[in-house]
Each structure stands twice: as C-alpha cells, then as structure tokens.
Design a protein around this ligand. Structure first.
Ligand code: GP9
Ligand code: MN
Length: 608
C-alpha cells in the first residue's frame, strides 16, 4: 500500500494541474503484481523482498522526479544508456531535489526499524505449504495482470502508437503510472535489442552498402557548392499542409507570407511528407538523415543510441556551429537524447526561452521566432540552425490566441469552429509569424549569406476529418489517389538575392532534402536513401516511397493497403504490369535496407 501511495503521489507531482483518476487502476494493478511475487516467500525472505522492492521503487521515483524537474520528461532505458547526454552535470540533479523528496524513502527507514523490533514471524503464513503459496501467487498475479490488460487496452485504443512510439512519455505515465511506464519501456528496449542482437550476415551488409554507394555516387553539377560557407537555416513548420498555399478564403490569402516567400524561392510543389508513427520526429529524422522512419514506433526513440551521418554531424565536421531550436519540453520525442546522437552542438528547448506568450501547446511561434532570431544573431558563423515551430498544432483549438495575436485577421466564414476552420486560423497565425521572421532575416542581411529551407512536417487534417478538406476543396469522387494527392507539404529553398526562384514539379519527399542539400554543401555521405532533386540521374525513375509500402513516380500512385495502382493523369485504377511490380518490390527492398541499417546500426559498422 505504501508503494501504491508513493506511485500515486509521483503521478500528482508530474501532473499537478490534472490528475486522471483513471490511472489508479493501472497503478494498483502494477503494485498488485509486485506484491504477488512476495507471496512466494516466507518470513524474513518475504520482508527482505518487500524492502528491496520498496527501495528500488523509491530510487526510480526520486530519479524520475529529479529528471522531470530538469528535463520535463521521464527517464528511459535508452536515456540511461546515453547517460552522458543527460541532465548536464551532477549539480543540476542536486539543484532539482527538494527536502520533501525524503518522503519517498522515509517508509523504508521505518520498515527497517520495525523489522528489527518485531521479530515475530507471520505465524499463519509461515506454516503455509509451497503449493498454497504458488496458488496465492498465481491468483494475485492473474488478477493484477487482468487489470493491467484492460488499462493498456484503453491506452492503445485511445492512442494506438503511444505504447510503441512513446512520443509523449509524460502523458503515457499519467495514463498507466510510473511502474508500468518503466515496464513498457524496458519491454520496448529489450525487444529492439533482441531484434538487433543477431548480427546481419556479411552478404546482407554488403548488399546495403553497395546499394547506397551506387545511390549516392553521382556528384551532381547543378547547385554544386552553392551553400559552401553559407549559413543553413532550416525551418520545420508544424502541420503545414500544402492545400493552404496560394489559397484564399473570403478574398483573403490564408498564407500571404509563405505565398510571397515561395515566389522568391525554389519551390517544390509535389513534395510529400513520409512520416509514420513518429510524426514530427519522423519528419526531422528523414530531413536530417535521409533514412526511413522506424517500421514501428519512433526512430527518435528506438535508434537514439545509433551512429548517424546527419546534417549537423557533417556540417559540424566542416566547422559549422549547429543548433536545434524548439520551444517545447526537451524530452518530447526524445529530442534531448537524439539531438546528441545527431551531433547538434546545442539544443535550445523550452527551458532556454522566456515563456512569455502561449499559443496552443506552448510557447507561441511569435515569441519563439523573436527569441530565436536573437539567438541566431549570436551564433558563430557559418552555422546550421534547425527551428521547429509549434503553434499550429492539432487540434488548432486555441482560436482565441490566434485571433488575439494575429494582426491581419482571417474570416473563415462557414468553416468557423470546425477543425478545418480552426486550422486555417492557426496556420494563418503561424504564417504571419514566419513572414515577420523571414523579413527580419532579410532586413538584418542574414539572407545574403544563408540558404533558407522551409517545409511542413506532416498533414494537418487527419484522415477521419478528410471530408472537411474535400468540402473546402470542392473535391468530388474522392478515392485513395485523391487522398494521397493532398498529403503534400510545401518545401522551399531560398537562395541569397532570391536567386534560382521558380517551381520544381518533381514528385519528391522528405527523404530527398538531405541529398539535395548535401550536394550544395559538399557533404559526402554514402548512407542516404533519398535523391538529390536537382541532379536526378533519371527524372522518370524518381520514386517516392512511403513507410507503408505505397509509392509514386509522378505518373502512377501505388496504394499499398488496397494493393491498387492509379494513373495520376486520369485518376483511374490501372492493372499491375511487370514494371510496376518491380517498382513495388524495389520500394519494399529499400524500406528493408533502411530497417536493417538502423536495426544493426550499420553506419557505425560501415564507418569503422
Ligand atoms: C512537440 C511538437 C509536436 O514538440 O513537435 O509534435 P507532433 O505531435 O506534431 O508529432
Ligand atoms: Mn508535428
């Protein structure tokens, strides 16, 4: 019971403002399972078991509390494994502990004293036979497990990927309790380790390195060295879906600033997001590494201990200062660990910003971008800065703040109050902040010696609300092809003096950004699965592969969940041909290569 109350009080500590009583069941179930094992022991052994468990849980809870106060997150096995990346120095831990934390250990001291004085064994129980103890143990274990199963089922139906992707560890702990969280984390970690433990046969390793060497062999002449010595400013915009670009409602542009900057830049208007369960972090992972998202879960969580030839690592090797900037908790999507693995010199998170204005999930884009500009101006040049916005985050329902902080209000008319209408208001707000930020870069002369990349991370309107988007677009006879055509995000590359502006219609995706920039910045990386969009070997052969096996080459779209091919020009279904079948197999093979490379940390192997 003492452990139960300690775990519940920890739950309140990480979520004082909102304590979901639904977590009582899973916490009770987890403690019941721990208790069930005590029933196997008699007398002193049972007491020792209790004390060991109590001390262990107390250490975990206090460590989690310290880590939460510092990182606003929960410790994971991979974080401990990468301990050198955590919490800065010991002083930061001492700085976050409070005298009241002794509460988590006081019971252990009391029990040890009691155990000394009350030597009397548990008369009744100690006469029990081993058989009885096994039965009691099994009964309580089954009861606890049944309660756990229902709690986990509730989480996995509410947020299908939360238990595997563990995107929001705080929310997950609020749902299942700290003991269960660590059990799930340990399970995920062990499962991945087992999967990775089997060494990949040499033959397979050679096939992957050979495939990638060939893929990355062409050193294109177009735009070669265009970025050498220049700053690279990369902006990932939350939920910026392409349908809002160059679009108006009630006579007003939804994204006037992006529309304006697109006209001054090289703009890719057939650029697909390719994220999977890691959503935003997948967009980052692909853009920074040109490696596919994890088969299940989030690469930022599963592969945080891997070696990467990421953009920050490669530009850092060229003497660039590299920084990631995002106004949210450092541990969300395991960024604080993963950015170290990607070799960013610094990560400016919520803890490095003045949280003076909130819109949606946290720090407003306006304040984030204003404060980030001050930081950028202080960076040693040349620098690579990677900024991730936040305010236009699903479900876009902070419309009061959007209206309050937008100077040029957008009237969404009949869409007011709907998800789509809220999104239009939200992205209009974010567009205004991006416009101010980019114009400031111009005014400060930063655009003169910088290449600026801006793209959307993933969809805004989820599949379950797609009819609102179809209605807004007046789309008739929607099918899977229609749906896929809307899964584009804008991607622009701005060069000094607005050079190279224009529209590139190549069917491309987030996997292609790094190879395209690598050629501009003379980065030689043989481990990218994407293509340099400005030096395609054969534009007709360029394929965009999605995590679920779907793909498009700009003429045909293959939808994996129905095993159907569509002719993009006519919108009609077409039969599979031998060429299409080989494209489908090539896409599947590429995904497998990427999975094997990640599951066996092959960049580390190949780089030896
Ligand atoms: C949180 C933000 C949102 O830091 O990046 O991530 P998402 O929920 O869009 O994956
Ligand atoms: Mn996102």
């Amino acid at each position: 019971m003492v452990i139960f109350f300690k775990v519940v009080s920890y739950g309140r500590e990480i979520s004082p403002e909102y304590f979901d009583t639904g977590v009582i069941t899973p916490i009770f179930a987890s403690v019941l399972i721990l208790f069930s094992f005590s029933l196997l022991f008699k007398g002193k052994k049972r007491t020792v078991y209790f004390l060991v468990i109590d001390i262990l849980i107390s250490i975990i809870l206090v460590s989690d509390i310290a880590y939460f106060r510092y990182n606003k997150d929960i410790i994971t096995v991979s974080a401990v494994k990468n301990a050198k990346m955590l919490m800065g120095v010991k002083s930061s831990v001492a700085g976050v502990l409070k005298i009241t934390d002794i509460f988590y250990f006081i019971d252990v001291i009391i029990f040890i004293i009691l155990e000394k004085f009350f030597k009397k064994p548990y008369k009744y129980y100690d006469k029990s036979t081993f058989k009885l103890r096994i039965i009691l143990f099994a009964a309580v274990l089954i009861l606890g497990s049944a309660m756990e199963a229902s709690a986990f089922h509730k989480v996995s139906t509410e947020q299908p990927t939360l238990l595997t992707a563990m995107s929001n560890r705080i929310y997950l702990t609020k749902m299942i309790g700290d003991v269960n969280f660590h059990a799930v984390d340990a399970y995920n970690y062990t499962k991945t380790k087992i999967k990775n433990s089997k060494k990949l046969p040499e033959k397979n390793q050679n096939a992957i390195s050979g495939y990638l060497k060939n893929k990355n062999s062409n050193s294109g002449v177009n735009f070669k060295s265009e970025g050498s010595g220049k700053n690279l400013i990369m902006i990932q915009v939350e939920a910026l879906q392409q349908f809002v670009i160059n679009r108006s409602i009630n006579g007003k542009e939804i994204t006037p600033n992006l529309d304006r900057w697109i006209n001054k830049s090289l703009y890719f208007d057939n650029y697909f997001y390719q994220v999977s369960q890691g959503t935003t972090s997948d967009a980052e992972f692909m853009s920074l590494n040109s490696l596919y998202p994890a088969e299940s879960g989030a690469a930022y969580y599963t592969y945080a201990g891997n070696t990467f030839n990421s953009i920050p690592k490669e530009l850092g090797d060229k003497g660039y200062y590299t920084a990631a900037l995002h106004g949210y908790t450092p541990g969300f999507w395991n960024r604080n660990v993963m950015y170290k693995a990607e070799k960013f010199d610094d990560f400016f998170s919520q803890t490095n910003y003045n949280l003076n204005q909130t819109v949606g999930m946290g720090l407003s884009d306006e304040s984030f971008l204003n404060q980030s500009l001050t930081k950028l101006k202080s960076f040693k040049q040349p620098y690579f800065s990677f900024l991730i916005t936040l305010s236009s985050h699903y479900p876009f329902n902070d419309t009061k703040a959007y209206e309050k902080y937008t100077n040029d209000k957008l009237d969404v008319g009949k869409y007011k109050g709907s998800l789509l209408g809220n999104y239009l208001e939200g992205i209009h707000y974010t567009d205004e902040q991006l416009g101010k930020f980019l114009d400031e870069l111009d005014k400060e002369g930063i655009t003169k010696n910088s290449i600026i990349v801006l793209y959307g991370d993933h969809f805004a309107i989820p599949k379950e609300n797609i009819n609102q988007l179809y209605a807004f677009e007046d789309t008739k006879e929607a099918n899977d092809l229609k749906w896929y055509e809307y899964q584009k995000v804008p991607m622009l590359i701005h060069f000094p003096d607005d050079e190279h502006k224009g529209v590139n219609h190549t069917y491309a995706g987030q996997m292609d950004l790094y190879p395209t920039l690598a050629n501009m910045f003379n980065i030689n990386n043989n481990y990218m699965f994407g293509d340099d969009l400005l030096n395609l070997k054969d534009a007709n052969k360029k394929r965009v592969t999605f995590r679920n096996g779907s793909f498009t080459d700009g003429k045909v779209f293959y939808v994996s969940w129905t095993d159907t091919y569509y002719d993009i020009a006519t919108g009609k279904k077409i039969p599979e041909t031998s060429e299409l079948k080989s494209e489908k197999n090539a896409s599947a093979a590429e995904l497998k290569y990427s999975d094997d490379l990640l599951n066996h940390n092959l960049i580390k192997t190949f780089s030896k």
